[in-house]
Write a protein that binds this ligand. Structure first.
Ligand code: 4AD
Length: 571
């Protein structure tokens, strides 16, 4: 082989280590040949593809010809570009190497910088990041000193400038802007600070310079700090593990880290406030709180969603609802409520179904169906009112859901039969794609569309007996239907299910029979009808669904700490 000549076969050549550029092992492209052997002679051919002139002798295709001028020019241009790119990359690599070495030296130097607290400074006052009490703290201004304080928290945001590091510290209750300058930023700890690192910071609280913005309009000018626990950085940094629009499964696996973020922690704070508002409202209407068992041997809402387990050799279930137990509390305690977990083995993965959810349930004695509806309306409105009366919580809600509007009373009331007519008129089909007829269970999609179109809370009432649970009281004026209610909210659909309960002994026995339920395990529930029975009713509200509606969340999974749904039980 002529040592200065290299061969390119555009059909069978290879642009990799298996090619040498010889006739026997040609390259595939002229550019690759040039990169391997600049300034050589190149011969090319297309051994298999028919030339444009199809009548040409096939043997001529196997002949090596000097590379065409135009092809050479094009390849030379590309080669020049390639060379420039390589030169740039090499330069960058050198610079990076130099920078890494410089940073290493700087960090080694930084290790020698030791900061000490100035003993002449006033002793710091320990405060929380949301403390605003003027009896405790004063903000410094251009001509007055502020209180020297001591705070603890984790790094939420971090921004380094030449002579200053801005840190937003968080402690779960509030945020505080802290400024590091002078010797503080020369320390190894400051130079390698990562998000989520926990710190104690001491310094003077000052008001902000004009035009600046920071939480509670103040900032801490640090004079001393200590790292309590560093957070891992680089590839393992929290921002690499959980990203707002990241893979959903990864976010769920890292729920323990997601919960540190603004959105998840705000939802959890609203949740805490809403739960307290329920407790307060029940206190106002004089309901007694009880705590029924989670391990039971009876079903409430049908066998299909029961979680079964072995209870010392006997069959038992995780409760689907505390309703039956609440009913037994009425004679001894009067109106009662509970906020407990309910469990449903829901195999379908919808955005509003959990396997474990928080159920706010209440039972009311000596009432009519109308009393029940009025009570539910009062509860929903009063809980929202109390929740929004805390400006901190209200801000979380409006940050999460800028369009949130407290519902106005009275809620729209619509009978099931009217909803069926509405769905037919609006051409919203049932699950089989056919027009709805009386007796259909209105499926999630249809219910959601109706609620979204009407765009107001709806009391959907009087469902047919066959599609509702065994315990529901029939409407005395139309025994085809029950005195039942679902509360539907725009964006989420059903958030409450309730009804009057069968209170006649014989009727309950007939209902067990109709549903194929063995009455024996229910003896304690049936006894209610034997020892001074009363017209009574109640409801259950899914706390996560209520929150999804209030906080404008896509799914109930975002509204509980560690969601449990089909096939997920970790972390
Ligand atoms: O309509 P449900 O099944 O009614 C009952 O359990 C009654 N025994 C309650 C009672 O009268 N005390 O459930 C009530 C509410 C629903 O409206 C919904 O908000 C919520 O509980 N819910 C769920 N939330 C999340 N995931 C699930 N799988 C849920 N199933 C019901």
């Amino acid at each position: 082989m002529d040592t200065d000549t290299f061969y390119v076969d555009e059909d069978v050549g290879r642009d990799d280590d298996s090619a040498t550029g010889s006739e026997a092992a040609p390259y595939k492209s002229l550019l690759f040949a040039m990169v391997q052997h600049p300034k050589a002679t190149y011969k090319t051919r297309k051994s298999e593809t028919a030339p444009a002139d199809a009548s040409a002798d096939p043997a001529s295709r196997l002949e090596w010809k000097p590379a065409a001028k135009s092809a050479l020019k094009k390849a030379t241009n590309l080669y020049e570009q390639h060379r420039k790119k390589q030169a740039k990359a090499a330069e960058l690599a050198i610079r990076e190497q130099q920078e890494a070495e410089r940073r290493k030296r700087v960090l080694e130097e930084a290790k020698k910088v030791v900061i000490e607290e100035d003993p002449s400074l006033p002793a710091p006052v320990k405060i929380k990041l949301n403390t605003v009490d003027p009896a405790k703290i004063k903000l410094g201004t251009a001509d007055s000193k502020g209180t020297r304080v001591r705070v603890v928290g984790r790094v939420h945001h971090l921004r380094s400038q030449k002579d200053i590091i801005f840190i937003t510290l968080k402690d779960g209750k509030g945020l505080m802007q802290c400024l590091f300058s002078g010797n503080l930023i020369k320390t190894y700890a400051a130079m390698t600070l990562t998000l989520e690192t926990s710190l104690e910071i001491r310094g003077e609280l000052k008001s902000l310079p004009p035009g600046a913005h920071a939480p509670l309009d103040r900032e801490l000018h640090a004079d001393f700090f200590t790292v309590i626990g560093t957070a891992v950085g680089d590839k393992e940094a929290i921002t690499n593990k959980v990203q707002e629009d990241g893979d959903v499964q990864k976010l769920l696996d890292n729920r323990h880290l997601t919960l540190r973020g603004d959105i998840s922690s705000s939802v959890m704070k609203v949740r805490a406030a809403v739960e307290m508002a329920f407790i307060k409202t029940y206190e106002e209407v004089e309901f007694t709180k009880v705590s029924p068992p989670a391990m039971v041997q009876t079903q409430v809402e049908g066998g299909a969603t029961l979680f079964e387990f072995n209870y010392y050799g006997e069959k038992a279930y995780l409760t689907q609802s505390s309703q039956l137990y609440l009913e037994t509390c009425l004679p001894g305690l009067g109106d009662v409520y509970c906020i407990e977990k309910s469990f449903r083995a829901e195999k379908s993965l919808t955005r509003r179904h959990l396997s474990e959810y928080t159920h706010v349930e209440a039972e009311l004695d000596f009432i009519t169906f109308d009393d029940l509806l009025n009570h539910i309306e009062h509860m929903v409105c009063r809980v929202i009112e109390i929740t929004l009366s805390d400006p901190v919580v209200a801000k979380y809600i409006y940050d999460l859901n800028p369009d949130f509007k407290p519902p106005s009373r009275p809620f729209k009331r619509m009978k099931y039969s009217e909803a069926i007519t509405w769905l037919v008129e609006h051409e919203i089909p049932n699950e089989e794609g056919k027009p709805h007829t009386f007796g259909d269970d209105i499926a999630e999609a249809a219910e959601r569309r109706m609620t979204d179109i009407l765009n107001v809370p709806i009391f959907l009432t009087h469902f047919p007996t066959e599609i509702k649970a065994f315990y529901m009281q029939k409407d005395p004026s139309d025994p085809r239907v029950t005195e039942s209610v679902d509360v539907l909210m725009p964006g989420v659909g059903e958030i409450v299910g309730g009804s009057m309960r069968i209170w006649d002994y014989e009727e309950l026995i007939a209902a067990y029979k109709r549903e194929g339920i063995d009455p024996e395990p229910y003896y304690w529930y049936t006894d209610q009808r034997r020892y001074g029975t009363t017209p009574h009713g109640g409801y259950g509200l899914g706390l996560e669904r209520f929150l999804a509606w209030m906080c404008g969340r896509w799914t109930v999974r975002e509204c509980c700490l560690y969601p449990r749904f089909a096939y997920r039980c970790k972390p």
